[in-house]
Write a protein that binds this ligand. Structure first.
Ligand code: HEC
Ligand code: HEC
Length: 323
């Protein structure tokens, strides 16, 4: 009996000890968060630059704006007593579910239309939040200088530290942001029908130009393609089938890396969201007749309609050099 009690006491003290040490660790790590490392800032910079600045450009003119500047966003989200944690939480809430209810900038929604949902992981959002929170975006002309400085400063830190699959992902995010910006710009200024012709002439060219600036090759392919040039090959179809199975079973779709002789090939899922439905959704209720006839004339063998949201629309195929 005594032994038992002693044992329980021992367990209990272990528990206490653990609680203490973990809360100690916690307060250390929040402290650490108040002073992000260069590496954390570098990661955040790379992500923010590639996925946010295309629409939240710090230096676009008012007319060419797709969304409010990051400086304006920061002003609405961070006041003198907003903690880093609170900002990260609120940013994640909006990015995970852009909506009027989650908005702190209803005027921006009126002016630009709601931000489309793009998929970011919690980890990415937290890095982006850290970068925005701890970087002064306020000074005039900061971006040109800052961008240059940061690029210099983080040159070694950024790309070289990423694994091939992460590097490919950063290429995809950059391309996605550029395509998204141009697509949204086309829809907002001239409507869906015009945007169809825009996509038709510009989507591949834009993808190529981003790829060229990154010195890589990027394609979008699908098992139900609109443009016959975007038809998936055998290996790509296998990945698409496996990914659809994952999604059916409620698993999050995962990217995949294959090795070729002197490079890697990265596959990354492309999911649909509400914004895509006007051109890839249900006929008549979502794809309106004007859009449909435009699509039919440009793509007589179009297979890319009838989708719902959160479905696999296709994949990015990215070439990543071996280091
Ligand atoms: C394809 C264009 C596009 C991209 C890329 C984009 N945004 Fe936006 N974002 C918008 C538009 C348009 C608005 C204004 C309408 C709104 O508030 O929803 C906006 C608004 C916002 C807002 C204010 C939301 C509110 O109403 O309170 C935040 C915060 C934001 N974006 C963060 C980000 C971050 C962080 C990234 C990068 C991870 C990003 N955005 C990438 C288009 C984009
Ligand atoms: C304004 C109409 C429009 C919208 C909105 C739109 N697309 Fe498309 N999409 C097109 C057109 C047109 C093409 C064919 C482009 C080409 O010829 O390369 C296309 C092609 C694609 C392709 C390449 C494979 C194929 O079928 O040829 C993918 C992947 C794709 N779209 C995904 C999306 C996703 C995901 C969204 C929403 C985030 C979206 N699209 C929104 C019109 C649109």
């Amino acid at each position: 009996m005594k032994i038992k009690i002693a044992y329980i006491f021992f367990l209990f003290s272990l528990l206490l000890y653990n609680c203490n040490s973990s809360s100690k660790e916690k307060s250390n790590s929040t402290k650490a968060k108040h002073k992000p490392s260069q590496q954390e800032l570098a990661d955040g910079f790379l992500l923010t630059e590639s996925s946010c600045f295309s629409c939240h450009s710090p230096n676009a003119t008012l007319e060419s704006r797709i969304g409010p500047s990051m400086k304006a966003i920061k002003k609405h989200y961070i006041t003198s007593n907003t903690s880093h944690e609170k900002f990260t939480k609120e940013l994640a809430e909006f990015l995970n579910k852009p909506s009027g209810e989650n908005s702190k900038m209803p005027d921006a929604i009126k002016k630009f239309g709601l931000m489309p949902k793009l998929i970011y992981s919690d980890e990415q959002i937290s890095k982006i939040a850290t970068y925005i929170y701890f970087t002064e975006l306020e000074k005039p002309g900061w971006f040109e200088k800052h961008d240059q400085d940061q690029k210099e400063k983080f040159k070694q830190n950024t790309n070289s530290n990423l694994s091939p699959i992460e590097l490919g992902k950063s290429f995809v995010m950059k391309t996605k942001a550029v395509l998204g910006k141009n697509l949204l710009g086309a829809i907002n200024t001239k409507g869906t029908e015009y945007a169809v012709s825009f996509c038709s002439t510009r989507a591949i060219a834009l993808t190529d130009s981003v790829a060229m600036s990154l010195n890589t090759k990027i394609r979008r392919v699908s098992d139900k393609s609109r443009n016959p040039n975007n038809k998936a090959n055998k290996a790509e179809l296998e990945y698409i089938a496996a990914t659809k199975l994952d999604i059916d079973q409620g698993k999050a779709p995962k990217p995949k890396l294959t090795e070729l002789e002197n490079k890697h090939l990265g596959y990354y899922p492309i999911m649909t969201n509400k914004m895509c439905m006007q051109c890839h959704g249900q006929l008549e209720t979502e794809v309106m007749s004007g859009t449909l006839s435009k699509l039919k004339s440009l793509y007589p063998n179009d297979q890319a309609v009838g989708y719902k949201t959160e479905e696999l629309r296709g994949i990015w195929v990215v070439e990543i050099d071996k280091k």
